[in-house]
Write a protein that binds this ligand. Sequence first.
Ligand SMILES: *Cc1c(COP(=O)(O)O)cnc(C)c1O
Length: 473
Amino acid sequence: MTLMKQELLRNLPKVDELIRDKRIEVLMEKLPREKVVDLVRDAVNSLRIMILEDKISDSDSFSYDLAVETAVKEAEKAMPGSLRPVINATGVVLHTNLGRASLSEKACERVMSVAGNYSTLEYDPEKGERGSRHSHVEGLIKKVTGAEAAVLVNNNAAATMVVLAALGKGREIIVSRGELVEIGGSFRIPDIMEESGAHLREVGTTNKTRIGDYEKAINENTGALLKVHTSNYRVIGFTEEASLSELRTLGEKYGLPVIYDMGSGLMTDLSRWGVREPVAGDGLRSGADLVLFSGDKLLGGPQAGIIAGKKDLVDRIRNHPLMRAFRADKMTFAAMEGTLEDYYDKETALENIPVLRMITESYDSLCDRALKLKVLIEDIPGSQFSASVIDTDGAVGGGSAPDAVLRSSACAVDCGNISAETAERFLRSGAVPIVAIIRDGRVIFDVRTLKDEELYVIRDRMAELASAGEKQA
Ligand SMILES: *Cc1c(COP(=O)(O)O)cnc(C)c1O
């Protein structure tokens, strides 16, 4: 080791000394003392590593202040917590990595009101006795979908699992080969089926399955007919599938329930906006005895799985032991109640539920917002950024409506002497990460998933990037 290195290592500031620094002391008002001490220790350690790896060799560039600054910077990042908001500039409305649906104001208010208080989760204040957690949303689900009964679990994967376990354990469930879906890498119909104890009975082919294929497979051990919506892909060309009404007729003939895993939980028709997904209530009206769907896809609510349909079937599921393992918590019920109340009025639902608002926003209105961002970015003093408004193809995302292209508008920024990769990384590294896209050497902000107030946050962060870039240059 060189003398210089030894000298630098010897001069590393002491943790005890650093935590008495005023700049570090103020951090302890906002973060736990232990956490601040850890951050300071990490800062000193990273300096030590930099010295050992020859990243710091000049004694002038290394000081006590650098350790303080590093710790303060890390503390600022740690302050908002690990799970925190991000700004989604990808234009993907249901971004699974970014928490799928943002909740409506009403849903958020309901969560706030029960989160820090005791609640009526399983209490009936009128009778003064125990109530059911499902009662808070069952009436609303019945109203929106027309179902006789409904229950709510943690997600649609859990819904599928408990339905198959309750209605199909030890029996055969008939599914078309064209509908053996995989969603998000870990939800696979054949695997869920196996875990539930039901036996998968595949019929038909990938592209064509007729009602006669189901009928031929029915035997004394058949438990149910399952239809799965192919949410994240489409089979096109020469295709054929059995309709729900054909399945119902067959189910009635043999006394078998028809279960329909719909995936998305769309509550109101969006075909005018190019989103051709089945509406939950239509699934029941067209012949399903039970429909299952997610709460945080096109429904626009919290992560949840909803099981709705015939009362005798829902009751069997409600009493299954897995329900205890899959039950959702008070925050989920509160958010779902608020979201479903937003559906009382279908027109205002399109405005009040963020997922629906984003999908149905007009192209003109999106262009206006992209233009606003362009002007904000171009007005950043002293930057070399040039921005333009471009057309983009947005997506619903979250494994919903894979063929729907949402014509959208974006602000594309050429960052001058700063590369798009550097800019994109910088945008992600703030206290509120901004997730943008890189295309053709430019940073793209798709405005469909941006709120007006977020445009200013993006502008401020871009201004920081401009001045950071200037320092480097
Ligand atoms: C998304 C989806 C699921 C899984 O739902 P989660 O709520 O993510 O668990 C199951 N089935 C279908 C058809 C889906 O589209």
